[in-house]
Design a protein around this ligand. Structure first.
Ligand SMILES: Nc1ncnc2c1ncn2[C@@H]1O[C@H](COP(=O)(O)OP(=O)(O)OP(=O)(O)O)[C@@H](O)[C@H]1O
Ligand SMILES: [Mg+2]
Length: 229
């Protein structure tokens, strides 16, 4: 393990409950610069909760999250949302595209929020839709997309700003095996090209195999499985 990349995002001893349900019970995880880590584990083992804590979407009850050497779990909300906008790209388990906007505008939005003009933003959004095989669906609204198409649009949206860390919660959950392969090839290719790190939640062994290593969660605690073949 001596050739592990420099840690970029580090979680230590994370504890988080949803009401009385414990989701994380002392979870630690390191994501290296440019590293692709798969998080697997049974339904309810705390995978999404871990991702939400690492991405600064949910504050843990205990433990710490450090990004680039700085604590993020204690950042004020305004700084946290700025960090999410500039450095992180997130694909949620359950869609979260904006229903009123077309696919291309959903993808263009993060660029426009960062100050890019609409035309240029739409052009880049179109290129990302192309990469994920849904350019033709650019004019459709999320309600008119299939589950798999919506996932591809969500991936394009997460990558369009060139984030340093991509968080993807079951990005192939609605895809058949051929489409999963296409989407994972596009995701991993984009990450390798830009040097982005990826935290990839999946229950599919074939999707996990695209990662550099796999961490399996069991009742809110990770079990390290080591380097993948
Ligand atoms: N908003 C919530 N309110 C109440 N309990 C929650 C909430 N979110 C998660 N939980 C509970 O916390 C535990 C961990 O949930 P989490 O969503 O992190 O699991 P997961 O590993 O992502 O599962 P899945 O594979 O089904 O997506 C589960 O017992 C779940 O019921
Ligand atoms: Mg989940």
């Amino acid at each position: 393990m001596s050739n592990r990349p420099v840690p970029l995002l580090v979680a230590r001893d994370l504890v988080k409950s949803h009401g009385r349900t414990p989701a994380l019970r002392g979870a630690g995880l390191e994501l290296g610069e440019g590293e692709i880590v798969a998080v697997t584990g049974a339904s309810g083992s705390g995978k999404s909760t871990l991702l939400h804590c690492l991405a600064g979407i949910v504050r843990p009850d205990g433990g710490s999250v450090t990004y680039d050497g700085k604590r993020v779990d204690t950042l004020p909300e305004r700084r946290l949302s700025e960090l999410r906008r500039t450095d992180f790209g997130v694909v949620f388990q359950f869609g979260q595209l904006i229903p009123e906007l077309t696919a291309v505008d959903n993808v263009a939005l993060p660029l426009m929020l960062a100050g890019t003009a609409r035309g240029a933003a739409q052009e880049r959004a179109g290129a990302w839709l192309e990469r994920f095989g849904v350019r033709e669906q650019g004019g459709l609204r999320p309600g008119e997309l299939s589950g798999g198409q919506a996932q591809r649009v969500a991936l394009a949206r997460a990558l369009v700003t060139g984030p340093r860390v991509v968080f993807a919660d079951e990005p192939t959950g609605a895809l058949d095996s051929l489409a999963s392969e296409q989407v994972m090839t596009a995701l991993v290719g984009a990450a390798r090209e830009s040097g982005a790190a990826v935290l990839l939640i999946t229950h599919d062994a074939r999707t996990a195999a695209y990662a550099d290593r796999e961490v399996r969660l069991q009742d809110g605690v990770p079990v390290e499985l080591g380097v993948l073949a």
